[in-house]
Design a protein around this ligand. Structure first.
Ligand code: SAM
Length: 246
């Protein structure tokens, strides 16, 4: 596996870009991972037009308060359940296993672009996974400071979901986290999950308080400490199963 340092520790490049993602586009990478791992149960938060959902062939469950489907998302799936409600409401009232009939094996979390929402989505999703399941996160490797505001004003918006990564590294060092250089804002793959872990749910309010007030400076420092994995090198089953094994 080839890795390289995400950016120099010197801060912004000349053009204001924090990091460059030169790899495989994120929806294509999700499709490649899905095809290679062949999960039996897929869960998604934040479906929008349905590009990633369409790519899955297994029993699937999707949650979005406002679906904007433009794709035939059912395709050859044996079952597809869709809940047009916010993810917090979904987890309050439902268990994914009731619909998928087994633990989630692959998940893609791309709902509300705020740190505390993604933290909850991660903790809630992990509860219904098994150890080797893979949870994919979008937008956590933003390329500019402009796109990480908590409120979307204009242009590309990743929000402050990137803070989930330093939070997980600090409070859940047991997780295996792979940072993929997928344009436009990275794709993060997390495995070695612990469905019984209460660390995030029990510590939620203090973790949320700790990271809520964090500004953009720690992002530059965070990038100097992680190594991106080249998504272009993850094209075969052989390469993908070096990192993930359902
Ligand atoms: C950036 S879009 C998702 C894009 C899609 N995953 C893709 O790759 O094309 C974010 C989606 O999150 C949904 N969303 C917003 N708040 C949410 C919430 N609280 N729970 C679940 N989904 C939410 C929005 O309706 C929107 O469809």
């Amino acid at each position: 596996m080839k890795e390289y340092t995400a950016m120099s520790p010197f801060g912004l490049n000349n053009n204001g870009t924090l990091i460059k993602h030169g790899g495989v586009f994120y929806t294509k990478m999700i499709e490649i991972i899905g095809t290679s791992l062949n999960p039996k149960a897929y869960f998604e938060i934040g479906t929008d037009a349905g590009v990633s959902l369409k790519a899955m062939k297994c029993a699937s469950l999707a949650v979005d308060p406002q679906f904007q489907l433009t794709e035939n998302v059912i395709g050859s799936k044996p079952s597809l359940h869709m809940f047009q409600i916010p993810s917090d409401d979904f987890f309050r009232d439902h268990s994914p296993i009731d619909y998928l009939k087994r633990p989630i094996e692959l998940a893609f979390l791309d709902g509300m672009h705020r740190f505390e929402y993604l933290l909850r989505d991660f903790a809630n999703t992990e509860r219904y996974c098994r150890r080797n399941s893979v949870i994919l996160l979008h937008d956590c490797l933003p390329t500019t400071i402009e796109m990480i505001s908590r409120v979307h004003t204009h242009g590309a918006w990743a929000g402050d979901v990137w803070k989930v990564l330093p939070a997980l590294r600090k409070y859940r060092p047991d997780l295996h986290i792979t940072y993929l250089d997928c344009p436009p804002t990275g794709l993060v793959a997390i495995t070695n999950l612990d469905p019984n872990s209460l660390t995030i749910s029990d510590g939620y309010f203090s973790i949320a308080r700790e990271f809520m007030g964090v500004d953009d400076k720690p992002l530059k420092e965070f990038y100097s400490r992680i190594a991106l994995t080249k998504s272009a090198d993850l094209q075969s089953h052989e390469e993908i199963t070096k990192l993930f094994w359902l």
